[in-house]
Write a protein that binds this ligand. Structure first.
Ligand code: SAM
Ligand code: DTB
Ligand code: SF4
Length: 333
């Protein structure tokens, strides 16, 4: 038995740790699949009894034209993706979207801005109003809009923002292959500002961008050693969009996503591990494995930001088949 397995089998499996080593995490990621699934399930069943799944809907408020050069992102001006120019959505449109998401059963409403960073002014005031409106509907509100200042974080907190999404995307070592216009350190500073303002952190990454298993372990190490752990951890599988620098990357093996989700669950027992982009390519069985071993949230609704996501009906069927509890009753109001 490896040292890691021994630790897990001693029913300390939901102890919160912030001192995971790279070797331990790689050991988990590389475990025989059956052992990893078993270990992750022990944690998942204990920390999240009932397999409840949070449904988070996404809406792109400001689409495309982003100055950052993220190699995977169709919204970057440095990529040649065909993002048809769209006007930014207004407060009413966003709140209509939030109402529809609530009616369809969503718990959280996430709003995205294709910005490198938040700038003060009319658009930020509108963002604050959107957050207030989403909260007034009784939904959790999440914003993803790039870097921010301390004052902006405090104003978002004051508006009632539940969570701020800012992903580390990959390991510190692989990061330079993917983004050159913003440093890893800047990302960590943004997360610290969000935390200091009292907003919960949604932070994860993407697999399938040419990284090694050691890179995946390294990303998970940074996440798991944040104190406290990020409250939400989105695990994205790359959606290789035409025109981006990663357009020719082949789809990641679904079992690699399962391994990443399972390991994230073991490392961060009480965080919400969100099975995020790339679900359409995963297939039903791999998604169910993810729900079994650690995913307790999905993005719900037919689009992510610019790419497609499984239909609401397909997700209802998936969750029903998996016997997973969700709150559909809202629809009947
Ligand atoms: N501009 C803000 C930022 O970068 O923080 C917010 C929006 S950005 C699109 C949010 C996250 O979506 C990225 O950090 C990345 O992890 C994920 N993402 C973007 N394009 C993706 C793709 N093609 N495949 C998988 N995940 C992607
Ligand atoms: C996250 O980690 N994934 C979501 C959300 N946070 C903002 C975004 C996925 C975007 C996938 C590509 C697109 O639709 O443009
Ligand atoms: Fe801009 Fe965010 Fe896309 Fe990077 S991931 S290009 S910051 S929208």
């Amino acid at each position: 038995m490896t040292q890691t397995q021994e630790k897990i089998s001693k029913s300390e499996f939901t102890t919160l740790r912030h001192d995971w080593t790279l070797e331990e995490i790689e050991g988990l990621l590389n475990q025989p699949l059956m052992d990893l699934l078993w270990n992750a399930q022990l944690v998942h069943r204990h920390a999240n009894p009932g397999y409840k799944v949070q449904l988070a809907s996404l809406l792109s408020v400001k689409t495309g034209g982003c100055e950052e050069d993220c190699a995977y992102c169709p919204q970057s001006i440095h990529n040649a993706s065909d993002i048809s120019s769209q006007n930014d959505l207004g407060i009413d449109q966003v709140l209509e979207g939030a109402k529809a998401a609530k009616k369809a059963g969503a718990d959280r409403f996430c709003m995205g801005w294709a910005w490198r960073e938040i700038r003060d002014g009319e658009k930020f005031e509108e963002m604050l109003e959107m957050v207030r409106g989403v909260r007034a509907l009784g939904l959790e509100a999440c914003v993803t809009a790039g870097m921010l200042s301390n004052t902006q974080a405090l104003r978002l907190a004051d508006a009632g923002l539940t969570a701020y999404n800012h992903n580390l995307d990959t390991s510190p070592e692989h990061y330079g292959q993917i983004i050159t216009t913003r440093t890893y350190e800047e990302r960590l500073e943004t997360l610290q500002r969000v935390r200091s303002a009292g907003i919960t952190i949604c932070c994860g990454g993407i697999i399938g961008m040419g990284e090694s298993v050691a890179d995946r372990a390294s990303l998970l190490k940074v996440l798991a050693n944040l104190t406290p752990h990020p409250e939400s951890v989105p695990i994205n599988a790359l959606v290789a969009v035409e025109g981006t620098k990663l357009e020719s990357f082949s789809q990641v093996d679904p079992l690699e996503v399962v391994r990443m989700v399972a390991t994230a669950r073991i490392l961060m027992p009480y965080s919400r591990v969100r099975l995020s982009a790339g679900r359409e390519q995963l297939g039903k069985e791999a998604q169910i494995l993810c729900l079994l071993v650690g995913a307790d949230s999905i993005f719900y609704g037919e689009t992510l930001l610019t790419t497609s996501n499984p239909s609401i009906n397909a997700d209802r069927e998936l969750l029903e088949q998996a016997g997973v509890e969700v709150r559909w009753e809202l629809e009947c109001e």
